[in-house]
Design a protein around this ligand. Structure first.
Ligand code: AMP
Length: 218
């Protein structure tokens, strides 16, 4: 049996932070389609070049490209016992494609991180990411110990080009149109738990981890 954890929520709702913590606590790989795409972008691969144009405007990369990329990632040996999905699925087509590839024995757990749009805009304004290990920080409350430097790996921190206010508003619009309906998709299947994502990262993680069977010591 593999365990697949899906985190749903607007951009900046805390999916990346919670996925990273869960990945560590439960020894499951953190699979972020945004990180995979940014890696392609940084390496200048054909996929990265195609994705860049869409990502920089706050739109969604095509389902076909994302599905191929994801299929390749989750076919790797480290995903045999399961994985934590961050930023996928984002459309109905992606959710159905994922459902098709899962086995009946797989355990799927879906968590919605609920955060108001005003908080999302404020969070994006302070968000920084590491070029080295993709850790994220926020100048409003979760700042790095040394300005501009990643606590985890010493890498350089930067502001994601899609965290500019105009792009954040577009990403939110796209989220409400394309991704928010997946909350109902998973609710109808009895797989969804909704969490208050406005709480501190520690509090959100406590709730999230508590809802996952097989308690582990932290
Ligand atoms: P994220 O890091 O999850 O906020 O993703 C950053 C950007 O990558 C998004 O705004 C999209 O342009 C693109 N992206 C990430 N995941 C997906 C996905 N599942 N489907 C389509 N585009 C995606």
């Amino acid at each position: 049996m593999a365990r697949i954890v899906i985190l749903l929520g607007a951009p900046g709702a805390g999916k990346g932070t919670q996925a990273a913590r869960l990945s560590k606590a439960r020894s499951l790989p953190h699979v972020s389609t945004g990180d995979l795409l940014r890696d392609h972008k940084a390496r200048g691969t054909p996929l990265g070049q195609q994705a860049k144009v869409v990502m920089d405007k706050g739109g969604l990369v095509s389902d076909a490209l994302v599905l191929d990329m994801l299929a390749e990632r989750v076919a790797a040996a480290d995903c045999r016992e399961g994985y934590v999905l961050d930023g996928f699925p984002r459309t109905d087509v992606q959710a159905r494609a994922l459902e098709q590839r899962l086995k009946p024995t797989d355990q799927v757990l879906v968590f919605e991180l609920k955060v108001a749009d005003e908080s999302i805009v404020a969070r994006a304004a302070g968000r920084l990411a590491c070029r080295g290990c993709a850790s994220t920080y926020n100048l409003n409350g979760a700042a790095p110990r040394k300005a501009g430097v990643c606590d985890a790996c010493g890498g350089e921190l930067y502001r994601r080009s899609d965290d500019e206010p105009a792009v954040v508003r577009e990403r939110l619009r796209v989220y409400h149109e394309k991704t928010a309906p997946l909350v109902n998709f998973y609710r109808e299947r009895g797989l969804l738990a909704s969490l208050d994502g406005e709480q501190t990262p520690d509090a959100v993680f406590g709730r999230l981890d508590g809802l996952i069977p097989g308690k582990v010591k932290h």
